[in-house]
Every structure is written in C-alpha cells, then in structure tokens.
Design a protein around this ligand. Structure first.
Ligand code: MN3
Length: 203
C-alpha cells in the first residue's frame, strides 16, 4: 500500500508565495486522491503494492494493461507530489551552491538565464503538467511533461520540478501562471536540489 507523506513543514510555511489554503487542498485532497486511486487500481497486486513508488513508475510495463493508465496517472501524481513537497522550503537558500551552481553555469550560462528558460518551459506547457530540471547524459536539461508524467518514466533523473496544474496556483494567482512561477523561486529548496544532483551523478 502506498501512503500519503506528511508535508515537511506547516501548511502556512510557504506564505506569502504559496498560500495555506492552496497547500491544504493540494496535499490533503489532490495528493491524497492520487494515493487512494493508486491503491485502488492495484488492489490485490501485492508485489506491485510493496514497491517503492520510483520503482513502480520505472516498471509500468509490469502493471496489468487494464489498469496501466490509472497507475501511470495516479502513481505519477503520488511520485511527483512527494518530490514537489521536498524541493520546497520556507528556509530557501536563495541560490544554489557548489556543483549544482557549476552545472547550471555550464549548461545555461548563469542562474538568471536558467530561471528564464525554466519559466519559459513552465509557461509553455499547455494545460496541466510539470516543468523539470533533469540530469541526462552528464548534463542538466530543462524539459516539461503533460499530466502527471515523470521524467523517470523515460529513465531520466529529475532534480527539480514545478507543478503547473491550475490546482497548484489558481486560488492565489488565478490565471497568472507567470506570477506563480516567479514567486515559487522564493521557496525552492536548493539544498535538496543539490542532494538530488549528487545522487543523480552517482546513479
Ligand atoms: Mn499538483
């Protein structure tokens, strides 16, 4: 069985950038529903239910075809949101350090250009989906995905991700996705992203 992880901070911790009510609904309703629907889709499949969510998502071909789409959508939702809560923090270090900053400079020139390109991908994602920073073939790349698709489904390693479904920002920002993206940089947990990069490099 998969279970809903607690937020690593309070619902109001990311205010004013991400508001308390959005966090409550996003975590307690949306993320909870992905977990519930994932467990329901895999009812009786003990082997699949005992996997780590990353492992399940990398092995969707082992999931029975009649529930594969449900598992992809809801398992992807569970994976992506569990990750999303981790890469945000009320104590954002403001900018990345060390190896992460070096790789950002190597791939994008500087931090500002990286942020612009990432925001372009997040704004350009039509409808619901995600923008990602991934580690692939020994370099950082920006990609985006529809629905709850994860780069892990293509064996690519996400180290940062931004939820651009309307449920992530509509209460506070309405249709202003660009304002949400701009505010979100204030809560990015760069230390966690640095740790993700280190683990991507050693995998
Ligand atoms: Mn979401």
């Amino acid at each position: 069985m998969f279970s809903l992880p607690d937020l690593p901070y309070s619902y109001s911790a990311l205010e004013p950038h991400i508001d308390e009510e959005t966090m409550r609904i996003h975590h307690d309703k949306h993320h909870a529903a992905y977990v519930e629907n994932l467990n329901k889709a895999l009812e009786g499949q003990e082997e699949l239910l005992s996997m780590q969510i990353e492992e399940l998502i990398k092995n969707l071909d082992k999931v029975p075809e009649n529930v594969r789409t449900k598992v992809k959508n809801n398992g992807g939702g569970h994976l992506n949101h569990s990750f999303f809560w981790q890469i945000m923090t009320p104590d954002s270090p403001k900018e990345p350090k060390g190896s992460l900053m070096e790789e950002i400079r190597r791939s994008f020139g500087n931090l500002e250009t990286f942020k612009e390109k990432f925001a372009e991908a997040a704004l350009g994602r039509f409808g619901s989906g995600w923008a990602w920073l991934i580690w692939e073939n020994a370099e950082l790349k920006i990609v985006d995905s529809p629905n709850q698709d994860s780069p892990l489904m293509e064996n690519k390693f996400p180290i940062l991700g931004l939820d651009v479904w309307e449920h992530a920002y509509y209460l506070k920002y309405q249709n202003r996705r660009a304002d949400y993206i701009k505010a979100w940089w204030n809560v990015v947990n760069w230390k966690k992203v640095e740790a993700m990069l280190a683990s991507a490099k050693s995998s």
